[in-house]
Design a protein around this ligand. Structure first.
Ligand code: PFF
Length: 457
């Protein structure tokens, strides 16, 4: 592997303003996870009770790991592999965390890009009005027609990848930061609009009750673990994404405060998405299903019955596409910056190579509902397998090792120095608490998530 010193000798691209840092990082956290995973999991697993467990997981695991990743990235000002190589005081191969992050990025992108492809296809279909029907049978067959057509699936996926690649070609400041600064406020506005409309409908009370009424009896051990897994996915942690974005942070940025803001704003988006979806779903007597069927089958049928529903459906799919764009940018940036800095490829070439690799890696998931529908590994389609392996193996494992690296190898002094911006912020007590969580609490809790995810306990 080359060190790519020539290409990194000139000033490294990065986020130029505090708002840019926040928009880009939040852009990574906010994604498809907010629109379908979070609201339906919360509703199905005990409303406010699940929310409480999710919050605890976020505070005890998510935030410390996120702060650790960003801090390491900013300290090293390099991609995750180089960052861990430079920062590791011992000869242990901590850089493997970065390498497994690249594998996780490819795995997640292979199925995530396909769902994002459906979202973009649905923006077009919503605009054209072809999915306007109050009958779930009709919206179901429209969805099946899309996903079982191999050519359409592939073309939409390639289109999405090219779109995201195009933004990445413009760089970190002019690409990622510039676009997320515009998209994030728009996302909030559109969500507020949809939430207000949905709350004005008859079924608002039932929808909110589904989301928020506390049913503590539904909280089993496995539900606690689901909430923790969701925290990983939601905050984009455990695979070097936040380390990569951390390397673009400014030196005067308050990392714990930024991470807390990102976590809170991400939670707001998730709650608003639930408020926009469930009152409407209950108003028209639909089942609050989860996963793709909620977004691609139930939502079109629901919006088709609301006054101005056609326009609102366009709004819904546009905002989902916006949410997905920020997340995709951060996922793709991980391999791009590694190819750029480790292999000395110019950023443009690194982006194009990533794009080509993703077209190959993603085609399995893209075709898993058509040509490869019969092809299964461990009883899972390629699509589900990529989802399963990344969420249940790679992200938690990455999280454990990041926490262990900071807690046991990097050490308290270095961590405190870096988190306090070399002593300019007086947050030593906070740094101590975060360090304690990273050293003892987070790795243990994550280990439980992982063992449960693999069905070992
Ligand atoms: N946080 C994104 C979501 O909630 O949809 C998904 C994601 C993005 C996971 C980036 C991991 C990542 F590195």
């Amino acid at each position: 592997m080359g060190q790519g010193t020539n290409s990194t000798a000139k000033k490294r691209d990065g986020f130029s303003s505090s708002f840019g840092v926040l928009a880009a990082t939040l852009g990574s956290a906010v994604g498809l996870g907010n629109i379908w995973k979070f609201p339906s999991l919360t509703g199905a697993h005990g409303g406010a009770g699940f929310l409480l467990v999710y919050l605890l997981s976020t505070l005890l695991i998510g935030l410390p790991v996120m702060i650790a990743e960003i801090t390491l990235g900013r300290k090293a000002k390099a991609n995750p592999i180089t960052a861990l190589q430079t920062l590791a005081p011992s000869a242990l191969p901590w850089w493997l965390i970065g390498a497994s992050g690249v594998a996780a990025a490819f795995l997640i992108l292979s199925f995530y890009s396909e769902v994002v492809a459906w979202v973009f296809a649905y923006v077009a279909k919503a605009l054209g009005g072809s999915i306007l029907s109050s009958s779930p049978e009709v919206t179901q067959s429209a969805f099946s027609a899309l996903i079982s057509d191999p050519l359409q699936s592939l073309l939409w996926q390639w289109g999405v990848l090219a779109f995201i690649g195009g933004i990445l070609l413009c760089g970190v400041t002019k690409g990622i930061e510039a676009i997320t600064k515009k998209l994030m406020p728009l996302l909030f506005l559109l969500l507020l609009l949809l939430g207000a409309v949905s709350l004005s409908l008859e079924g608002a009370r039932a929808g909110l009750a589904f989301l928020f009424s506390p049913q503590f009896d539904k909280i089993s051990a496995s539900v606690v673990l689901t909430a923790m897994g969701l925290a990983f996915f939601k905050l984009s942690i455990g695979m070097g994404t936040m380390m990569t974005y951390g390397s673009y942070f400014r030196d005067d940025q308050n990392i714990p405060a930024t991470a807390f803001r990102v976590m809170s704003a991400d939670l707001c988006v998730s709650l608003l998405a639930g408020i926009a979806i469930f009152p409407a779903v209950f108003t028209f007597g639909f089942e609050p299903s989860s996963g793709p069927s909620l977004v691609f089958i139930t939502i079109p049928a629901v919006f088709s019955q609301i006054p101005l529903g056609h326009g609102l459906m366009v709004v819904f799919f546009v905002l989902t596409a916006i949410a997905a764009t920020g997340a995709m940018l951060s996922l793709m940036e991980v391999p791009v910056v590694i190819l750029h800095e480790r292999f000395g490829l110019a950023r443009g070439k690194a982006t194009l190579l990533t794009l080509m690799l993703l077209i190959v890696a993603g085609s399995g998931a893209a075709l898993s509902h058509s040509t490869l529908a019969e092809f299964t590994v461990w009883n899972m389609s390629l699509f589900d397998l990529a989802d399963y392996l990344s969420s249940n193996v790679l992200l938690p494992a990455g999280g454990i090792f990041i926490a262990l690296f900071v807690g046991w190898s990097w050490g308290l002094d270095r961590f405190r120095q870096a988190v306090s911006n070399q002593g300019r912020l007086s947050n030593a007590a906070l740094a101590n608490v975060i360090f304690f969580l990273l050293r003892y609490v987070s790795p243990l809790l994550i280990l439980i998530v992982m063992l449960r995810g693999l069905g070992l306990i």
